[in-house]
Structures are given as structure tokens and as C-alpha cells.
Ligand binder design. Structure first.
Ligand code: SF4
Length: 480
């Protein structure tokens, strides 16, 4: 049984979150707070590296930010600059060696890195580097970047970084540091978010604006796709050294990953999800008495559905936020209780009603099946499932942990068969056109590969590579 307290087998799993701050004597403490705001992006491990201008010190651990760091650990992270990372890993390879930021020493000193994304050619690059004598300490694709930078023949750290990143393909939002410089970089496609903020005279970068808000930093702007922002004691500068690419931001950030109070890719995540719910209602109306969300991520979509349809909104399911790690026998009989640990029905909302249930995505179908059963047991007369994403038919190779294509229910069954499997009276998804409409004037600038199979960056280099298992212990490479 999965022991992640936030594990939702019916959802794509979160990826990673990065944070960086330059120019504040409380840098490590502020990074710690920023990581709390980004906790939804990764719960397997957390780390902070800080520099006082001469030495980079780091502390990393498995678990939630609040569990990893105490006052003593933070007090040891002295300096005006800090990087932070929260991490999600594939099951079984959550060892401490893969928790970021990675900090290494090479011929010019120290450097640290925190990465959100996934490099699609990391295995190939790793084999080349190992043939040249590199010795890897982790199973993460991120370490490839450090080796490329350290091995570059260019003269400065920035030139080495550009040189190294020219060789990688895929998704990266990175924050790096040397003893004296912080660098934020976003891949030319802009898959993963990265924003720039200001807190007094300090500069801040973070995966999402919610991390800026928590430390009273002002949002300045996005780090642009293909942009490198360099911050040191001389100030801030921006470079765009990479070939331009069409923008392909991850549309799932708006559907599910990002926190609703964040502004991501220039749009309010909350507003976007309300709009998805409204379009879903317009496309898929049904006679009903009440609209309920699968909490928490289905809440804005259900509100939007209710607003457009005029059907009352209510909380028919309550989510427990206090479920710790569950180490119980993985037999089916016991596992069925798992969903009840996390979701509890409110009978008075459901009993005798025709219920619309709104969720953000339908991946394997296991959770929704149990939710439907729970609602029936509590007197629901009809159950109509409405999903604010189109059917997920392809895996992600850009930094999100997704089931294999075979495990995605929409690749194996049509909508009516899925509806029957789930035990619902009807099932509808938002259309791809509806999803695009919700993005307004930005439509066409998003990656939608998990709904279309149309990958902006060829995900195959590593998959076709004969040395694929190189990365570790019989497991695929790590998303970061
Ligand atoms: Fe996002 Fe899906 Fe594209 Fe991955 S494949 S980047 S989850 S839209």
C-alpha cells in the first residue's frame, strides 16, 4: 500500500517545487516558509541549501517540510542566499540521496541545484558522461546537469551553465547557486512554472506565486520560457541564450497541480478552474438537485458548474486533512477502507438527491468508484460524474508522475464502459475544445499531451535507448 498521506490513485501525482532567495539575512528561514507554501508539489522530501558568500551548507531529509527542519537545522544554514526544494518521487526510490537541492564541489568551487521537470535525454547523456569517467551519486536526471556544467570547457559559471543546458532536452525550471550567485532558468518550452518576486531589496524565485505571498514578497513577473535570470551583489540580469521554441506550458498546472491561490502562466488558477466548471456545465447539463465536489481539488470546478447550471452547490464529501501515513495490510478488503479515511459523506446533503459529482481528473478510476459506492450507501438517488479535464490517454514525460498508458482507464474503455465500471448514472468530461476555451487568448500555448498524445518534445530518446535501466535498480529515471 502506498504510504503517502496525500496519495490519490485517481490523480496524476504532483511533481516538485523550487524556491530561491538572494539578499536577505533570513534567507534559509524564508526558504523554509516558501517551501511550506509549495508543499502540495511534493511530500516525499525537502531540502534547503544556503550560502554566506563563502560556503554553501545544505540540509535535506525525507518527509514533509515541517518534519524535516527544526530550529537547529535552519540556524546552521547561514547566509543571505538560499535554495529550497520539495520533492515527489516514484515509489521505492525516495531515498535521501535523491532529495534536493544537490550541492557539489568541482574545480571552481561549490554549486547547488533544485529542479522541477524531467529531462527526456538524461539516460543518454549519463551514459556518455560515465564513459568519460563521471561518477554519479544519485539516480536523478538533475545530477546530469551538474556534470555537464562541471565538465564544460567554457570560462565562466554562466557560460558553462548555458553550454550544459544546450545539451539537455525536456522540462526544467531550475534554481542554481554558486557561493555568490543565484541563477533561475526555465526551459525554452516553458513546461513548468517559475516566477520572480521582490521582498524589500531581496530577489525571490519560486514555482508558484503562493510562495511569494506567504513571505510578503511582491510578484514581479514570470521567468520567461528560455530565460536565465542571474542575481548577485551587482544586481539582476536576464539572458535568453537558448533557441526560441513555441510556448508549451503544462495545462495540468491549471487543472490540478497548482494551488488555487496561485497565479500560474499569467492566469489565476482558481478563476481558471471556475471557468472549467462553467464550460463543463454548458457542455454536459443534467437534471439534478445538488452539485458536490470531490474535495479539495474538485471544489472550484463544482462551484463553476453550480454557477452556470443554477443547481445548488453543497459539500457532500468532507476530506480529512489529518490522515497520516497508513501502514495497513494491502488486502482488498482492508484497502477499501482507505478512501473512507480520507473522504466522509454528509448524508443530509446526499440522501434522496440527484447528485452531480465534480472532480478534476479521472486517471485510473479507483477512487471515484469507491466514492460512487459511498454516495449510494448514503442514499443518493442518481449520481452524475462530471470531470473538468478531457480523458487522460497518454503518460507525461515532462516531470509529472503518471501511470503507464495501459493503466489509464480511458485508454482501455469508452466513456459508457467507464461509467458502468464506476457505477454512476452518467459520466461526462469537458471537451478538448472546452479546455482550450477556458484558457482564453492563451489557447494553443499549452502542452496537452496527456489528452492528445501530441508531445511537443520527443519523449523517446531515453525510452528507445538501449541503456535505459542505467538509472537505477531496475527503475525508471526520477522525476524532479
Ligand atoms: Fe502537463 Fe500533461 Fe503535458 Fe505532462 S503531458 S506537461 S502533465 S499537459
Amino acid at each position: 500500500m502506498n504510504d503517502d498521506p496525500n496519495f490519490r490513485p485517481d490523480a496524476f501525482r504532483d511533481e516538485c517545487g523550487v524556491f530561491g532567495i538572494f539578499g536577505d539575512s533570513e534567507a534559509a528561514n524564508l526558504a523554509y516558509l516558501g517551501l511550506h507554501a509549495l508543499q502540495h508539489r511534493g511530500q516525499e522530501g525537502a531540502g534547503i541549501a544556503a550560502s554566506d558568500g563563502k560556503l554553501i551548507r545544505a540540509f535535506r531529509g525525507r518527509g514533509l517540510v515541517g518534519d524535516v527542519f527544526g530550529g537547529e537545522e535552519l540556524a546552521n544554514l547561514m547566509g543571505h542566499m538560499a535554495l529550497g526544494h520539495v520533492r515527489y518521487s516514484t515509489a521505492g526510490e525516495g531515498s535521501i540521496r535523491n532529495v534536493q537541492p544537490f550541492v557539489v564541489r568541482y574545480r571552481d568551487g561549490q554549486m547547488g541545484v533544485a529542479h522541477n521537470g524531467n529531462l527526456v535525454n538524461a539516460s543518454i547523456l549519463r551514459e556518455e558522461l560515465e564513459e568519460q569517467g563521471s561518477i554519479f551519486a544519485t539516480s536523478s536526471d538533475t545530477e546530469v546537469i551538474l556534470h555537464l556544467v562541471a565538465g564544460s570547457t567554457q570560462g565562466t559559471f554562466i557560460n558553462r551553465l548555458v553550454d550544459g543546458l544546450m545539451r539537455v532536452e525536456g522540462a526544467y525550471s531550475l534554481v542554481l547557486m554558486t557561493e555568490q550567485t543565484m541563477v533561475a532558468v526555465r526551459d525554452p518550452w516553458g513546461f513548468r512554472p517559475l516566477v520572480l518576486g521582490r521582498r524589500g531589496s531581496a530577489w525571490v524565485v519560486a514555482s508558484e506565486t503562493c510562495a511569494l505571498g506567504l513571505i510578503d514578497a511582491e510578484f514581479v513577473r514570470e521567468v520567461e520560457p528560455g530565460e536565465m535570470v542571474i542575481v548577485d551583489h551587482d544586481g539582476i540580469q536576464s539572458l535568453k541564450p537558448f533557441p526560441r521554441r513555441p510556448r508549451r506550458a503544462c495545462v495540468f498546472e491549471h487543472i490540478y497541480f497548482a494551488r488555487p491561490d496561485s497565479t500560474v502562466f499569467g492566469r489565476s488558477v482558481y478563476d481558471n478552474r471556475i471557468q472549467l466548471g462553467r464550460i463543463l456545465a454548458e457542455e454536459n447539463p443534467v437534471e439534478a438537485d445538488v452539485v458536490i465536489p470531490v474535495p479539495d481539488s474538485g471544489v472550484p470546478g463544482a462551484l463553476g458548474y453550480s454557477q452556470y447550471s443554477g443547481v445548488d452547490y453543497a459539500l457532500g464529501l468532507i476530506r480529512s486533512h489529518y490522515v497520516g501515513r497508513t501502514f495497513i495490510e494491502p488486502s482488498q478488503q482492508i484497502r477499501d477502507f482507505g478512501v473512507k479515511l480520507k473522504l466522509a459523506p454528509i448524508r443530509s446533503v446526499i440522501d434522496g438527491k440527484r447528485v452531480v459529482v465534480v472532480d478534476d481528473s479521472l486517471v485510473r478510476g479507483t477512487t471515484l468508484r469507491k466514492v460512487v459506492r459511498m454516495l449510494r450507501q448514503n442514499g443518493a438517488q442518481e449520481i452524475h460524474l462530471r470531470i473538468t479535464a478531457p480523458p487522460t490517454v497518454s503518460s507525461c514525460y515532462y516531470g509529472v508522475d503518471t501511470p503507464t498508458k495501459d493503466e489509464l482507464i480511458a485508454t482501455r474503455m469508452g466513456v459508457s464502459d467507464i461509467c458502468e465500471y464506476l457505477g454512476a448514472d452518467s459520466l461526462s468530461y469537458i471537451s478538448l475544445a472546452g479546455l482550450r476555451r477556458a484558457e482564453g487568448e492563451d489557447q494553443g500555448r499549452f502542452c496537452e499531451a496527456c489528452f492528445t498524445g501530441d508531445y511537443p518534445v520527443d519523449p523517446r530518446p531515453d525510452r528507445l535507448h538501449r541503456q535505459m535501466p542505467l538509472f537505477v535498480d531496475g527503475q525508471d529515471s526520477e522525476e524532479s
